[in-house]
Design a protein around this ligand. Structure first.
Ligand SMILES: Nc1nc(=O)c2c([nH]1)NC[C@@H]1CN(c3ccc(C(=O)N[C@@H](CCC(=O)O)C(=O)O)cc3)C=[N+]21
Length: 294
């Protein structure tokens, strides 16, 4: 049996079209245009596609985009100053500081400087605390996108066995919180997990967020499980010509598709949903900052 392919690209387009309607209504009824500010320090090649897509889609949904680029040797103080300025700017409803930051910067200090109400990445400790305690904060975009795809495909998630492979603050931990909130039985696996294949083999839902190309093998996947592949790894593809690359996920896609009931592709799965959820979070933040009920 071959798995159903969860089309993240199409789903993301429908999320963006809902966002565009909300933006229209904010403009017409309230005279407010949501604004998203993005701060980028240095040049991480892996982030380039992300930045390009984000810029394009921000304007497509009718929001204002503000972009600030700094060279890699910028002082931390200067970035903090910009964050404070954006916190106080009423035209800015969402702030995203692109990660990773250069090594000489304290990433945590910069994230915690963002006003939690404008933290559309959901990385601020106030937002992670709210997520962990069932409060109403902003939820990190990648896990939110994964969750929306799971809900769309499976409906009720309660009682399902889910495994999240990866324990980062950005994906693994918030993903596990969302699944727990949806009443899944959640395992968080990581580099020290003993017998990862056996753990994965138990799961009805597998979320792979390890950042290693095709590390999760297809024959570990339980029959009819739903597989969400968060990894976006660029690997050499000499078969496409000298110096060429291609994108693969953290899951061995071809073989996993034989066992899984459904699977997200790379590209065209989680990536586009991450950006759509960033725009969605910016609209959510705008509603809340202006005390408008949707
Ligand atoms: N503060 C912060 N928040 C982030 O959310 C964040 C970040 N920093 N730094 C960089 C990573 C990377 N990231 C991606 C999102 C979407 C795609 C995406 O849309 N990918 C296309 C790839 C298309 C292609 O390359 O052909 C896809 O998967 O289909 C990629 C990468 C968000 N990040």
């Amino acid at each position: 049996m071959s798995a159903h392919i969860i089309d993240g690209k199409a789903f993301a387009a429908s999320v963006r079209s809902d966002v565009a309607k909300d933006v229209q209504s904010l403009k017409q009824k309230h005279g407010i245009t949501p604004g998203l500010a993005v701060v980028i320090v240095g040049e991480d090649p892996a982030s380039q596609v992300y930045v390009r897509n984000k810029v394009k889609q921000t304007s497509e949904v009718g929001m204002n985009g503000f972009h600030f680029e700094y060279p890699a040797d910028t002082q931390e103080e200067e970035v903090l100053q910009k964050v404070h300025e954006l916190n106080n700017d009423p035209a800015v409803n969402g702030i995203l500081v692109q990660l990773p930051l250069p090594d000489h910067m304290n990433e945590t200090a910069i994230i915690e400087a963002i006003s939690p109400e404008k933290d559309v990445d959901g990385f601020h400790v106030v937002n992670s605390g709210l997520l962990a305690t069932g409060g109403k904060g902003l939820v990190p975009c990648t896990p939110l996108g994964c969750y929306l795809m799971l809900k769309d495909h499976l409906g009720d998630l309660s009682g399902k066995k889910a495994i999240v492979v990866g324990r980062s603050n950005i994906v693994g931990k918030p993903m596990a919180q969302l699944l727990l909130d949806a009443s899944c039985t959640v395992t968080i696996a990581h580099s020290r997990t003993k017998d990862l294949p056996a753990e994965v083999a138990q799961a009805d839902i597998v979320v792979a967020a390890v950042g290693r190309p095709e590390m999760i093998k297809g024959d570990w996947i339980k029959q009819d499980a739903t597989v969400i592949d968060v990894g976006i790894n660029r690997i050499p593809a000499p078969e496409r010509g000298q110096g060429k690359h291609r994108l693969v996920g953290d899951v061995e896609y071809a073989t996993a598709s034989e066992n899984a009931g459904a699977i997200t592709p790379v590209p065209g799965g989680v990536g586009p949903m991450t950006i759509a959820c960033l725009l969605k979070n910016t609209v959510t933040a705008t509603y809340r900052q202006n005390d408008i009920k949707k």
